[in-house]
Design a protein around this ligand. Structure first.
Ligand code: OAD
Length: 246
């Protein structure tokens, strides 16, 4: 088993953490890894999904061909996720929202664990598995963990689809724009648990850096963004994040 020594949080990062008023955080699958959610690439338990044609089932083509099959896949995933709990990384980020006058949490995750930990106003770039959206009027319906999901739109009666970004789809309007605006205004930016391979999300820390922010990455592995970062904290989010704010 790999043994990663506890990373040292620099005095510079601590100074910026206590003095910054505008803080921006981008998270990816790695922030939920310690809750038991498989990551997409490397460092996680990705074989849980091996054998399942994930990229085919989660595609716009499949949505048109066989909506029932898409739901079957997402129902299966919700069943797995429904019993999982936020980990110390989610909890620490929920605490941070009270520390700064302006705090922006942007996630690529669809699992809802940030909200379950208490984070509010999370910008969800890739949607949320706990919502269904009408294919006609786009009305969104919450899906409860302990009730059957709605079969049809309560507004217009048409079919519902998962309110997540599928392969081949554009990001929902609004979220990315708001995230980019906040990234451009922040003083301190954290990039947590993302391989930083998927754009446009991976471009947000680049926007922050170009606008003069101090950028810190938290990840057990290096990513294409590591070289751009002012500080790289090598380790698991649930172990590293609680070290920063003390
Ligand atoms: P990835 O699976 O690509 O990357 C996960 C990252 O988390 C890797 O860099 C790991 O090293 C890191 N990691 C693993 N365990 C960690 C831990 N305990 N603490 C911190 N980091 C850890 O996931 P994303 O970057 O989120 O999009 O993937 C981006 C997008 O690609 C996803 O949102 C998804 C996928 O296509 C859609 O489904 C639209």
């Amino acid at each position: 088993m790999q043994n990663i020594a506890e990373p040292i949080v620099s005095a510079e990062l601590r100074r910026r953490f206590v003095s910054s008023t505008r803080v921006f955080v981008l998270t990816g699958a790695g922030v939920s890894a310690e809750s038991g959610v498989p990551t997409f690439r490397g460092g996680g338990d990705s074989e849980v999904w091996k054998g399942l044609p994930f990229e085919v089932l989660s595609s716009t083509e499949m949505l048109q061909l066989d909506l029932a099959a898409v739901w079957e896949w997402f129902d299966y995933r919700r069943n797995l996720l429904g019993i999982l709990e936020p980990n110390p990384a989610h909890q620490e980020l929920a605490r941070w929202q009270h520390l700064f006058p302006e705090f922006t949490l942007v996630t690529q995750n669809i699992d809802g664990l940030h909200q379950k930990a208490g984070s509010q106003r999370v910008i969800e770039l890739h949607g949320n598995i706990w919502r269904a959206r009408c294919i006609s009027c786009h009305w969104c319906h919450e899906i409860s963990v302990d009730a059957d999901r709605p079969e049809a739109c309560l507004q217009c009666g048409d079919r519902l689809r998962p309110d997540v970004v599928l392969f081949g789809e554009l990001l929902p309007r609004g979220g990315l724009e708001r995230a980019a605006e906040k990234a451009a205004q922040c003083q301190l930016c954290f990039v947590v648990g993302t391989s930083a391979l998927v754009y446009p999300a991976a471009g947000l820390p680049e926007i922050a850096k170009a606008a003069g922010a101090f950028v810190c990455e938290v990840n057990p592995e290096r990513t294409p963004l590591s070289a751009l970062c002012d500080e790289v904290l090598t380790g698991k989010a649930g172990e590293v994040l609680p070290l920063i704010g003390i």
